[in-house]
Design a protein around this ligand. Structure first.
Ligand code: FES
Ligand code: FES
Length: 169
């Protein structure tokens, strides 16, 4: 067994784990964070995507011990403390971007990563960013709609930049 200390969705956990334990199984079975699903056994579907230290990773392709000392954010850590959904969660709901919902956590985590780097993506850029995430239900159209809508909503929420700060020296 190996000792790990991992901060997940704002809470730090100290645990003894088998060195071979996958991060997704640590999240689901040890921590009870079942919002991150396992959708395949080939590391292909992306359903298990989480953020680890600022990078999206498929948590079925990473060991829990590799997250030692790190910070993991799952779909369950996105809502505001008062329960207000993340703009992507809200947009997926409003645009009917899910049916069975199995792919949704991974889709949202991958889209969140995209919007952190590119707040105004084109539809093609959204499709490219989500190409590692498979959905067998929706045909993807509504997912792209939702990501674009969330990007628009997030930009609309940004405070206007005062004119003097917006001026390039
Ligand atoms: Fe991780 Fe499918 S469960 S990629
Ligand atoms: Fe069912 Fe995407 S909504 S797999």
């Amino acid at each position: 067994m190996t000792r790990v200390s991992v901060t997940v969705d704002g809470t730090t956990y100290e645990d003894e784990v088998e060195p071979r334990l996958l991060l997704v199984h640590y999240l689901r079975e040890r921590l009870g964070l079942t919002g991150t699903p396992v959708g395949c056994d080939t590391s292909n579907c992306g359903a298990c995507t989480v953020d680890c230290d600022g990078a999206t990773v498929k948590s079925c392709s990473m060991l829990a011990v590799q997250a030692d000392g790190g910070t993991v954010t799952t779909i369950q850590g996105l809502a505001a403390p008062d329960g207000t959904p993340h703009p992507l969660q809200q947009a997926f709901h409003e645009h009917h971007a899910l049916q069975c919902g199995y792919c949704t956590p991974g889709m949202i985590m991958a889209a969140r990563d995209l919007l952190s780097e590119n707040p105004a993506p084109s539809r093609d850029e959204v499709r490219q960013a989500l190409e590692g995430n498979l959905c067998r239900c929706t045909g993807y159209q509504n997912i792209v709609d939702a990501v674009i809508a969330a990007a628009d909503a997030s930009r609309a929420d940004e405070p206007a930049v005062p004119a003097e700060e917006a001026t390039v020296a």
